[in-house]
Design a protein around this ligand. Structure first.
Ligand code: ADP
Length: 931
């Protein structure tokens, strides 16, 4: 009450904003006469003038009235449409990074042009996001005429495009495309190895059409790119044969004297750190054995840049054999499909960790050792939710017919304010009260009766459903009673758009799910423009005949339109309420455009899920009180209100679920940002020696501190151990013990410095021999690859952690806190692994020439980019996830190859199907869990 009272006095925030905006509209309109006088050339020249002014530092806000006036004038000339004043209000809301709620048919497509034009003047690109490719194409072409007229370029970003085509699309002033494609491009751009392979050029400003469906309905399903790394099956098997040929050394050798070994051998095993090391002799033998097995070219070294992965595999095989024991660390058992699998045993609880795999090729090495099938290394390569993708834009805005019910969520999660824009002409649609029946059968009978009456009158009907199943029921019922109708399921956008465009014709009955035919205007009397265009394009007719034919069409349409208006316009009928009021409003909004008449009615029954769970008891009580006979419906404001309050409850619950998920996702999101930032810095850097040196320093500090703790005294030092590791693993021979004997004043810090200096020296010597310019690219590829490999393993680990974390609840722990803590720890491990691995590879690689290094970098890059079975998973139009297979990324980079994929099948993932990420779990238990 108090709130209403205050609103009456001061006006709502919405009113105040609109008032502000209206003053600007007056400025825009005041410019109209002046701009009308400009010829086309002069009008177009305004664009360059504005661009120059922006480049000189003028704020876009200051330019707004003039820019909007130019767009309006341009639209009048090329589109024959003059932006309504309310569309100007919408354009301002969009420019100000808000959500413009404008009802269906208010012309959001045209509204967007205002903010798009203004923001494109900065030259940083504007993305217009639509829900499907059909709309992206349609809007780009439709509005492209206006942009081109004004001198701005427009691109469309489509899935089947080659890299070059995409770069051109993103390079345009304005880029239209779907949310999926923008998101996937972002992920792919963070998987490339060369800056020139990126397609996007920053995320400056986006206008999201149907923003509620993208940021709310689809927000929970992540975009996932998954695939298989190179197939190393043969290598694992061969390595497994090499391992028994190497012998284990007993006893420890002193690095300087070489004494202490009781039985010489090829490798040592350190049970404590779970590591295996090759000895000098081991290296030589290993090279001979690998050469024998045909894995290593005669005379080549395992330390050649081209053979780095061989060493990796050899170590994995040695560890599998000597450190991982069956029935202790793992068991071998039959999986769901009957094949033998290696299943990890949790070392603390003894529980079997089905589905979990050791990383770094270890799992495959164990599979090779056990002779069970080696499973493909299919993994998630990258993923992001729409929520997190769209929050990356410097400025974000959106438009939809239905945002107000979710205004709180937009504000809370995205910081987006919703502005309700009044309609150009007040709606004359009559939204009738719900009719509630006792049984489902009665409900359908009543709905069909209503449809029949409309049909007999000649009034068009749109029957809205929330699912394909429900569409099918109505389809069958209508067929049974012999009423002609069309069914749309959001499967063929272009064809369905044509059908929906004619859904306003007399006697039409159209059944559509809430996704079908979105974005297409239902004109009473049908859409005449297509027919007019066909006549205009008809070469067989002479101009006079053409004009006559068009006039005829328009007269006919005028009559049809009038007659449908008289029948009451488009009637909306539904047989269920959606969980969310917003979706119901979307359906109603298809009728009553631009001041058209129309009406809507929902037919419900006490058996509907929403009623059963939330509102049934109350409504039944009301029915009983009124002593309603069977077959009759109740229709009362009280009932409709209690249904809406039930919907509100469900909406609130769904919001909570989304928010929870977001909090989990935030963790991965922060880490992704760090990794991607690093990757980009590495790709763009001209020289990496400083970064590499800092990794080296970190790596050797960790190493030294294992033997010489911080602020420790000489008695605590294990210098012999340190010398041994330095010599064995790093080829750095240092007489640290001699040094300490020679001087008494040496501290742990001195030792650390000494070792680091020696490490730097060793590396710099190598670089100096070859020349630094060859090293940079090699360093870059090694770094990128190491980051990618460990990041992907980290993604799998986070997934696993998230799935298991709810179990922690029992241990009186806060699952979310626990998750954050462990995710943080895992991330630290990831960074450590990268640091150590990169240092190791670069320190131990033996290089003969710069060309050899270049070649190695090129090969590594090619191998890393060669990923097979790339699958893209995204939420589809019906809210479920869908996947599409792609060729390798390498193929993607070739011009034109993409087009061949265009016609590719798009399989839909059922809840019980295997998850497309390749985890081997059911979709509902894996990525589908988020949905
Ligand atoms: P929405 O997306 O808001 O439902 P659309 O962008 O599809 O609406 O536009 C609905 C219809 O209104 C289109 O046929 C369009 O041509 C027409 N329209 C939009 N703005 C104007 C205008 N200013 N003057 C005349 N017709 C307009």
């Amino acid at each position: 009450m108090a709130k209403n009272f205050l609103t009456q006095i001061f006006g709502s925030r919405n009113d105040r904003l609109l008032k502000q905006y209206r003053r600007v509209v007056e400025q825009v309109s005041a410019l109209e006469q002046q701009f009308e006088k400009l010829d086309d050339e002069q009008l177009r020249a305004k664009t360059q003038e504005f661009k120059d002014r922006v480049a000189r530092g003028e704020a876009l806000d200051a330019l707004l009235p003039e820019a909007f006036a130019v767009v309006r004038e341009g639209s009048k000339r090329v589109m024959k449409m003059r932006h309504f004043d309310v569309q100007m209000l919408g354009g301002m809301a969009l420019h100000n990074g808000k959500i413009a709620e404008m009802r269906t048919g208010e012309g959001k497509t045209l509204t967007a042009t205002l903010a798009v034009y203004l923001n494109a003047l900065s030259g940083h690109g504007v993305h217009v996001v639509t829900v499907n490719d059909y709309l992206a194409n349609r809007d780009a072409q439709w509005m492209g005429r206006l942009y081109n007229f004004l001198g701005l370029s427009v691109g469309v970003n489509l899935p089947q495009m080659s890299r070059q085509e995409k770069q051109a699309a993103y390079g345009s002033d304005i880029t239209y495309g779907t949310n999926n494609e923008f998101g996937f491009d972002y992920l792919r751009d963070n998987m490339v190895y060369e800056p020139a392979d990126r397609v996007q050029r920053g995320l400056n400003y986006a206008i999201v059409d149907e923003v509620d469906s993208i940021l709310i309905d689809e927000a929970r399903t992540p975009l996932i790119i998954s695939g298989q790394a190179e197939d190393h099956t043969d290598l694992y098997i061969a390595m497994n044969r090499a391992v028994p040929l190497l012998t284990r050394q007993e006893g420890e050798a002193d690095p300087l004297t070489g004494e202490g070994v009781t039985k010489p051998g090829d490798f040592t095993v350190d049970e404590k750190t779970h590591q295996v090391f090759l000895t000098e002799q081991g290296h030589e033998n290993a090279e001979a054995i690998l050469a024998n097995l045909g894995l290593l070219p005669e005379g080549a070294s395992v330390y050649d840049p081209a053979n780095i992965t061989l060493m990796h595999h050899l170590y994995a095989a040695l560890r599998a054999k000597h450190l991982y024991h069956r029935d202790q660390h793992y068991v071998v058992q039959r999986g769901e499909e009957g094949q033998l699998e290696v299943v990890i045993v949790d070392e603390f609880t003894g529980r079997l960790m089905a589905g979990r795999r050791w990383s770094d090729g270890l799992h495959q090495a164990v599979e090779a050792k056990e002779g069970v099938p080696i499973q493909p290394e299919n993994q998630t390569l990258a993923s992001i939710t729409f929520q997190n993708y769209f929050r990356l834009y410097a400025k974000l805005s959106g438009m939809t017919g239905t945002a107000d019910t979710e205004a709180y969520e937009f504000q809370e999660i995205y910081g987006l304010e919703t502005v309700v824009i009044p309609p150009n002409r007040p709606s004359k649609r009559e939204d009738q009260l719900d009719r509630v029946y006792k049984t489902t059968r009665e409900k359908y009978e009543a709905a069909i009766q209503d449809i029949r009456e409309c049909h007999e009158r000649g009034q068009p009907v749109l029957v809205g459903t929330t699912s394909i199943e429900n569409s099918e029921i109505i389809d069958q019922l209508l067929t049974k009673v012999g009423l002609p109708h069309q069914v749309l399921n959001a499967k063929q956008h272009a064809r369905e758009a044509d059908i929906v465009a004619q859904a306003g014709r007399s006697k039409m009955i159209t059944i559509a799910t809430n996704m079908a035919g979105r974005g297409t205007d239902i004109v009473l009397g049908g859409n005449v423009e297509k027919a007019v265009e066909a006549v205009e394009a008809d070469e067989a007719l002479d101009p006079a005949a053409r004009q006559a034919r068009i006039a005829e069409l328009r007269t006919q349409w005028q009559q049809d339109h009038q007659s449908v208006v008289q029948q009451g316009g488009l009637r909306i009928i539904a047989t269920e309420r959606h969980e969310s009021r917003r979706i119901d409003n979307q359906l109603r909004g298809r009728s009553g455009r631009q001041g058209d008449p129309g009406s809507s009615r929902f037919y419900l029954s006490l058996d509907d899920p929403l009623m059963r769970i939330f509102a049934g008891d109350r409504v039944r009580a009301i029915m009983d009180r009124l002593k309603m006979p069977d077959g009759e419906a109740i229709e009362a404001g009280m009932v409709t209100r209690s249904i809406e309050s039930a919907q509100r409850k469900v909406e609130a619950r769904n919001f909570d679920v989304r928010k929870q998920l977001l909090e989990y996702d935030d963790v991965a999101n922060d880490q992704r940002k760090v990794i991607y930032q690093q990757r980009n810095d590495i790709m763009d850097a001209a020289d990496l020696s400083a970064q590499i040196a800092s990794l080296r320093e970190g790596c050797f500090t960790d190493l030294v501190r294992q033997f010489v703790p911080v602020e420790s005294v000489e008695e605590q030092w294990d210098l012999a151990g340190l010398e041994k590791v330095l010599a064995d693993e790093w080829g750095i021979v240092l007489g640290l013990r001699e040094l300490v004997q020679a001087s008494t004043a040496i501290t742990d810090e001195d030792i650390l410095e000494k070792v680091i200096a020696a490490a730097h020296q060793a590396f710099e010597r190598k670089v100096a021999e070859i020349g630094p310019q060859n090293f940079t690219q090699f360093e870059r590829v090694v770094l990128l690859q190491s980051i990618d490999v460990h990041w992907r393993e980290h993604l799998a680990a986070l997934d696993y952690l998230r799935q298991g974390i709810h179990l922690r609840g029992y241990a009186q722990k806060q699952p979310k806190q626990e998750y954050k803590r462990e995710a943080f720890e895992l991330f630290g491990q990831l960074l450590d692994s990268v640091k150590n691995e990169v240092t190791k590879v670069l320190m131990t690689v033996k290089v003969q020439s710069g060309e050899q290094l270049d070649q190695a970098a090129e090969d590594m890059e090619e191998r890393a980019e060669h990923i097979s079975n790339i699958t893209y998973t995204a939420p589809n139009e019906t809210g479920e996830a869908e996947s599409r297979l792609d060729e390798s990324t390498a193929a993607r980079s070739a011009v034109g190859v993409g087009a061949a994929l265009a016609a590719g099948e798009v399989p839909r993932v059922g809840r019980n199907d295997p998850c497309p990420c390749g985890s081997g779990k059911k979709y509902k238990q894996c990525h589908g869990k988020l949905a």
